[in-house]
Design a protein around this ligand. Structure first.
Ligand SMILES: [Zn+2]
Length: 370
């Protein structure tokens, strides 16, 4: 079989000697097994001069990497999770030895960031290909107190006591003595857990608070910010009320901004009665506004265009202004309260179902509201 031109060039470009590779294996990483270790090392020996070594505890990978750098290894492979990569990076920083990784842990964020497959077999294959296309890149590391980190740093408030916890809707404010505040929002993915002190928090724990016999963990909640108390007060004022639907000039830009800051998976009908998105639209008006412009109140806000969202708000505003002038009349209600009736526009049957946190009964026509 003849080699293609590209393959011939690649073959010629291969190093005269195989590159020296140190594979640092975390033997207790989540996805590790001795069979997997041997298979990976065996495969890598096809293209590299491989030495492999198991780590024996915290900090060991840092030492191994310092040695690897001083004995001029070409590359270190951190085979484990993000913890192994982090130690390896600390040992190699500033040296000419390249660092790469193979995913073997429960968290392999660095591997993902570098475009390395989360499947070990595929990742090994990528590494074999890299022998022909050798192009190490320089990356920045963060540093805190002399220790480097690749993408995230854990941080502790120095034994500050939580004085109070306030909830504002789904926003939670943890107030520490000394005026620091942590703001948390769980959105769709997060949860709080209270467990005894022996509990092992999962890897995606964003915040862990401890007292003598208890741990409180915020797990996978995408909003977590540390701020001063005065900043928190300012933010809360901002967070409180969206633009007023009945203001002389409706601030449409502010409405859209707040709508887009909100959870995109939330149904549009639910977002419209959230006073932080837009102030003043009640449940009846939300149903009527969505019906008037033919938008399904169950559609996710992320799938509602700016024009559609504005159309609902403008229609609602017009009706509400009329009712302010003339008083609330039954004639303003076309769809609200009519579950089971025939839609005056398309003839389908009007439906009703509770929506959102407040479980507010929402009326809509499945025939002509899309
Ligand atoms: Zn209809």
């Amino acid at each position: 079989m003849a080699l293609s031109d590209a393959e011939e060039v690649a073959a010629l470009a291969r190093a005269a000697r195989p590159r020296r590779m140190l594979v640092i294996i975390n033997p207790v990483a989540t996805k590790m097994s001795s069979r997997l270790k041997s298979l990976v090392v065996y495969a890598l020996q096809g293209r590299y001069e491989v030495t492999s070594v198991d780590t024996e505890g915290k900090g060991h990978a840092i030492e191994l990497c310092r040695e690897a750098a001083s004995s001029e290894y070409d590359v270190v492979v951190a085979f484990g999770g993000d913890g192994t990569v982090n130690e390896a990076a600390n040992g190699l920083t500033g040296s000419n030895t390249a660092l790469t990784c193979l995913p073997g842990g429960s968290n392999n964020v660095v591997a993902k960031l570098l475009g390395i497959s989360t499947d070990v077999v595929d990742a090994t294959e990528q590494l074999l290909h890299a022998a022909d296309r050798w192009a190490p890149r320089t990356v920045d590391l963060g540093a805190v107190n002399g220790r480097h980190f690749t993408f995230a740093a854990g941080m502790g408030l120095d034994a500050a006591v939580v004085e109070r916890v306030d909830a504002h809707g789904k926003h939670l404010f943890l107030r520490f003595e000394g005026g620091l505040v942590i703001h948390s929002h769980l959105r769709m993915t997060g949860k709080w857990r209270v467990r005894d002190a022996h509990w092992q928090p999962p890897g995606n724990t964003w915040l862990l608070l401890a007292r003598q016999d208890m741990l409180v963990a915020q797990i996978n909640g995408p909003v977590l910010e540390l701020m001063t108390a005065s900043r928190a007060r300012f933010d809360r004022r901002l967070a409180q009320l969206g633009p007023d639907i009945l203001a002389p000039e409706l601030d449409e830009a502010a409405f859209l901004r707040r709508l887009r800051e909100d959870d995109p998976t939330r149904p549009i009908g639910d977002a419209l009665i959230d006073q932080r998105v837009i102030a003043g639209i009640g449940n009846i008006w939300k149903c009527e506004g969505c019906f008037e412009v033919g938008i399904d109140p169950w559609r996710r806000t992320g799938e509602v265009s700016d024009e559609e969202a504005l159309a609902i708000v403008r229609a609602t505003r017009t009706r509400m202004q009329e009712s302010v002038r003339e008083g609330m009349h039954e004639r303003f209600k076309t769809v609200y309260g009519t579950a089971g009736a025939t839609c005056p526009r398309c003839g389908a049957t009007i439906r009703a179902r509770g929506q959102g946190e407040g479980n507010r009964t929402t009326y809509w026509c499945p025939g002509c509201q899309r």
